[in-house]
Write a protein that binds this ligand. Structure first.
Ligand SMILES: [Zn+2]
Length: 300
């Protein structure tokens, strides 16, 4: 074997991260909707047209997962008073999302922090709020919601166990979920409004890419990205999808994401065993190439 070929083989085996063995998956998720003015965009006379989220996903061939507020899924609801009414009800928007192949999951009915609900109405009250949200979604999709993302990720520990006992799976940014199934907080809510001061620098999209790169350094190449149905989020999504595709990522709904990730061996063993596993795999690859090399009694 030529020396240069050997060098390339060794580089690939020993230095490159485990790109071939690691699936590269993204689950895009959006909280707080349905907000028709965000999903379909706004065309106010005299103002620039704001692109809709549905169109953006459609153009990129991406299916996403929407964590909805149950109260929006009541008849004749167009959203909150301050939201632009584009003449499409939240229920119709939710039905359209399903028709287009997106997934609907549960962000509770009232969208109140569950520790506050628990204080006011006890654990039963908090669980009732979740079940009510689930029923509202089931009325549209015909199936029970599986995933719960508590508003602002606030969830008293005893409630989590009770929610899981009912067959739900809890989305969180806390370390109790292994890294691969822990939400990535995009911080997009800091970029909403006319003069956002705390929006991540240099941009929302760049900040998300940095978070992904930091997770990759820990050997994790699957990410659940948490965004909100906000007009200010749509341009970031328009930038992120092609960029992440160019980096080898595939976009899937949360249900498929969970199936795929959990089929990766040892995905949840220990909190963050990925880096160790990745290093082990690299070492084994490296040894294999070296054994081929020395097995033939060749010299460098
Ligand atoms: Zn929310």
């Amino acid at each position: 074997m030529k020396r240069s070929l050997v060098a390339v083989a060794l580089f690939l085996a020993c230095v490159l991260p485990n790109l071939a063995s690691g699936q590269k998956l993204i689950a895009l998720t959006f909280d707080d909707g349905p907000r028709p003015y965000v999903l379909y965009g706004v065309r106010n006379p005299g103002e620039p047209v704001k692109a809709g989220l549905i169109d953006t996903l459609e153009k990129n061939g991406v299916k996403a997962t929407f964590f909805l507020m149950g109260w929006r899924l009541t008849p004749k609801t167009w959203g909150e008073r301050r939201e632009t009414n584009i003449g499409i009800t939240c229920i119709d928007a939710a039905r359209d999302l399903v028709k287009r192949g997106h997934e609907l999951e549960n962000h509770t009915y009232g969208h109140e922090r569950l520790n506050l609900v628990q204080k006011k109405r006890g654990s039963e009250g908090a669980l009732a709020d979740i079940e009510k949200g689930s029923s509202a979604i089931e009325a549209i999709t015909g199936r029970k919601a599986i995933y719960i993302r508590p508003p602002q990720w606030v969830l008293p520990g005893d409630l989590r166990a009770q929610i899981e006992k009912r067959g739900y799976r809890v989305m969180t940014i806390a370390t109790e979920n292994p890294l691969a199934v822990r939400d990535v907080n995009s911080l997009d809510y800091l970029c909403a409004g006319s003069q956002p001061k705390q929006c991540p620098k240099p941009s929302l999209a760049q900040n998300v890419l940095r978070q992904i790169e930091a997770r990759e350094k820990q050997g994790v190449t699957t990410h659940i990205l948490t965004f909100h149905e906000l007009s200010s989020t749509v341009p970031a999504i328009q930038m992120l999808i092609p960029e992440l595709k160019a980096r080898g990522y595939r976009f899937v709904r949360l249900d498929e994401y969970m199936n795929q990730v959990q089929s990766i061996p040892d995905w949840a063993s220990g909190r963050d065993s990925y880096r160790l596993r990745a290093a082990g795999e690299r070492f084994a690859r490296c040894l294999f190439v070296l054994s081929l090399r020395f097995g033939k009694n060749e010299k460098w």
